[in-house]
Design a protein around this ligand. Structure first.
Ligand code: NAD
Length: 314
């Protein structure tokens, strides 16, 4: 059994990762400042984890959390493209400077490997599909730029300090505990909660934009496999399902699962959003045996059940 530090462990992905680590009997530490994460996400497991409530921008303050840690799963960040368009400096300070603090603290503590959350947004305006890791990244938002900078620092730290790093380029992730209420909420929580309330979801643009949505269990699997794999150090890998659906299709699927027949409202496209997204996931499969176990339809069915309870509770 190993000791894992999950940064951003109070967030959507981080809190799900923590649950799986505990289920596998690992020791789990969480580092979070609750900027976008929520205490409720950790409520049931609070007694089983060690919590470090600190900001990753605090280079010294984060150091105690890394003591005795084998693997760091770095999920902590200010996510969201629109947030970064509104406040690019805050996004950069947390995502880039904060990440460099995490990397140097991991180096100083002798951590075996840091697995870091990157993003499909780094491919940006490069139109080639499917997205593969050999393509030139062309970020079109400050958020995407921050994630690309992270990858560069991760590779540099592997090179100059011998710190093993692996970056995982998540495509659109969804699952339980993804915040439906934030001003910057992601599309699936917004659509599901709208439909469950009998309201019309809003789509930015014509709805023909497509995404390679991935249920969170697939991302958890990728983190765990990447942390202990032999190879992959200093590299970045796509993590998704390898299929895409349009937002119009997503609304249709959700209507079917929920048993509603509600048409979306279409408004102007959002700046910084990419039109299509689809991942080639063969590199992760070949390097550390990643294989998505839950497809989009199965994931949507699970997530609808989870949001139904939230909506019923008001
Ligand atoms: P989230 O907002 O739920 O989680 C991020 C966590 O980081 C939160 O708990 C937040 O409080 C914490 N955090 C933010 N600023 C911090 C700081 N200064 N110090 C310490 N902790 C801080 O978002 P998420 O969807 O769970 O995203 C997790 C990671 O995955 C992020 O790095 C995000 O950029 C990346 N990612 C997510 C998706 C997705 O579809 N959800 C896609 C691509 C990449």
């Amino acid at each position: 059994m190993a000791t894992y530090l999950v940064t951003g462990g109070a967030g959507f992905i981080g809190s799900n990762v923590c649950r799986e680590l505990l289920a596998q009997n690992h020791t789990v530490k969480v580092l979070d400042n609750f900027a976008t994460g929520r205490r409720e996400n950790l409520a049931e497991i609070a007694g089983d984890i060690e919590l470090f409530e600190v900001d990753i921008r605090d280079a010294e303050g984060i150091q105690p959390a890394f003591k005795g840690v084998d693997y760091v799963l770095h999920q902590g960040a200010l996510p969201s493209v629109p947030r970064s368009v509104k406040d690019p400096v805050a996004t950069t300070e947390v995502n880039v400077n904060g990440t460099l603090n995490v990397l140097t603290a991991a180096r100083d503590a002798g951590v075996k490997r840091v697995v870091m959350a990157s993003s499909s947004s780094i491919y940006g305006s490069n139109p080639e599909l499917p997205k593969h890791e050999g393509m030139r990244p062309m970020p079109i938002s400050p958020y995407a730029a921050s994630k690309l900078a992270n990858e560069a620092y991760a590779a540099a730290c592997t090179h100059v300090y011998g710190l093993e790093t692996v970056c995982l380029r998540y495509f659109n992730v969804f699952g339980p505990r993804q915040d439906p209420k934030s001003q910057y909420a992601a599309v699936i929580p917004i659509f599901v909660t709208a439909l469950l309330k009998g309201e019309r979801p809003t789509i930015f643009g014509d709805g023909e934009q497509s995404r390679d949505f991935s249920y969170v269990a697939n991302v958890i699997q990728a983190n765990l496999k990447a942390s202990t794999a032999e190879g992959g150090a200093g590299q970045a890998f796509n993590i998704a399902c390898g299929n895409r659906i349009s937002l119009n299709e997503l609304v249709r699927e959700l209507n079917e699962i929920i048993g509603t027949n509600i048409d979306p409202i279409h408004t102007d496209p959002r700046p910084g959003d990419v039109k299509h997204s689809l991942a080639d996931i063969s590199a992760a499969r070949e390097t550390f045996g990643y294989s998505p176990a839950v497809d989009v339809r199965q994931g949507l069915e699970k997530v609808v059940d989870w949001y139904r309870e939230i909506v019923d509770q008001g």
